[in-house]
Ligand binder design. Structure first.
Ligand code: H2U
Length: 339
């Protein structure tokens, strides 16, 4: 009988249809590889050289308003543009397609030195309200079929500026990570008439060992198929498709669980915990998507301390993602953090 905390095994990701190799017996191996430098120093709340601080001038020459809570602007170096060509291209085996879109940057707070876990629930609720507005507004444009909301946090994740901020990339096609999750959820919906994540959440609530924290409307857990060491997922108890459908109570609970989860992350290695987080929800392609179950995923790179990160290299690049500590071990650690 398979022993999850000792035997090498593969776990199936019901959302993406992909597998992860888990090698729990390797958690004792020594580390003589690269260590990252960390600084736990909080900078000043205003930095005259920061392009996101209120009143400052950005690289493109635009001046930020003297904003009091959140602020959104069109990315001055946008990866996608609303008016570019969107023709198809095919020449033998060379295939391409023009892609139109809109990229925006969202400042979470006027304070340069804060991060989400340092902010009040009320302040985070304003960020959630802005995500809601951006999803609905960009999603209603006729050339936009998907809106990706995400945050890159920490220099280790390639984030260019510590000022608390995230991004929104809205585009004409449905990107591949979302398309994979959509396909699995649709398959399950058509077969069972129920939300895949609703049933998954029910099982996780019964099993308990991968739960991290929960409140009235949301549950944060380490998914069974997690790839990143402290990967986490926030799932609403109610089955809804997108952030635009969140009730006032759900918005508040979502802000509260975002705060609690990120505070637990910060407590893990006593450092401002880096991650990429993103919201996965229904495409804005004009179709009903009853199969979609809104959720948010966190992919943090740190492995065993504030300075040792996991690298997705070698076997992972050429074969399959792999991890050592199990999702159960990670959840237990995150649950035990005092916040
Ligand atoms: P990161 O979240 O990866 O740090 O990206 C910040 C974004 O801010 C990045 O996409 C944009 C960059 O293009 N930016 C501006 O739009 N204006 C500026 O003045 C500097 C950075």
């Amino acid at each position: 009988m398979l022993n999850f905390s000792n035997d090498p095994h593969r776990r199936y990701n019901i959302l993406s249809g992909e597998w992860v190799l888990v090698s729990p017996h390797r958690t004792q191996r020594p580390w003589q590889g690269k260590s990252e430098k960390v600084s736990n120093e909080k900078g000043p709340s205003y930095d005259p050289g920061c392009y996101l601080c209120p009143g400052n001038t950005r690289a493109g020459g635009h001046q930020n308003p003297d904003y009091a809570d959140t602020f959104v602007f069109t990315n001055d170096f946008a990866a996608l543009k609303p008016d570019s060509a969107d023709d198809g291209f095919e020449k033998g085996l060379l295939i391409a397609k023009g892609e139109r879109g809109v990229c925006r940057v969202i400042c979470f707070s006027p304070s340069h030195s804060l991060t989400l876990p340092d902010m009040s629930v009320e302040a985070i609720e304003k960020v959630v309200a802005l995500w809601q507005k951006e999803y609905l507004e960009l999603g209603s444009l006729d050339f936009i079929n998907h809106v990706q909301i995400f945050e890159n946090k920490g220099a280790i994740m390639g984030c260019s500026n510590p000022h608390p901020h995230g991004q929104v990339w809205a585009q004409g096609s449905v990107p591949q990570e979302v398309a994979k999750k959509g396909a699995r959820q649709l398959e399950y919906w058509q077969k069972n008439g129920r939300s895949l994540l609703q049933d998954y959440l029910k099982q996780e609530l019964a099993e308990e060992e991968r739960l991290i924290c929960q409140n009235e409307h949301f549950v944060a857990l380490a998914p069974f198929w997690a790839v990143w060491p402290y990967e986490a997922m926030i799932i609403p108890r109610r089955h809804f498709q997108h952030i635009g459908q969140m009730t006032a109570g759900e918005k508040r609970s979502f802000a509260a669980i975002l705060r609690e989860l990120t505070q637990r992350f910060d407590g893990l290695f006593e450092t401002s915990f880096p991650y990429s987080s993103g919201i996965h929800q229904s495409p804005t392609d004009g179709h009903e998507h009853p199969e979609w179950h809104f959720h948010m995923a966190f992919y943090p790179p740190l492995l065993r301390s504030a300075t040792v990160k996991k690298f997705m290299v070698g076997y992972e690049m050429f074969a399959n993602p792999q991890r050592d500590i199990t999702a159960e071990m990670a959840a237990e650690k995150l649950r035990s953090i005092h916040i």
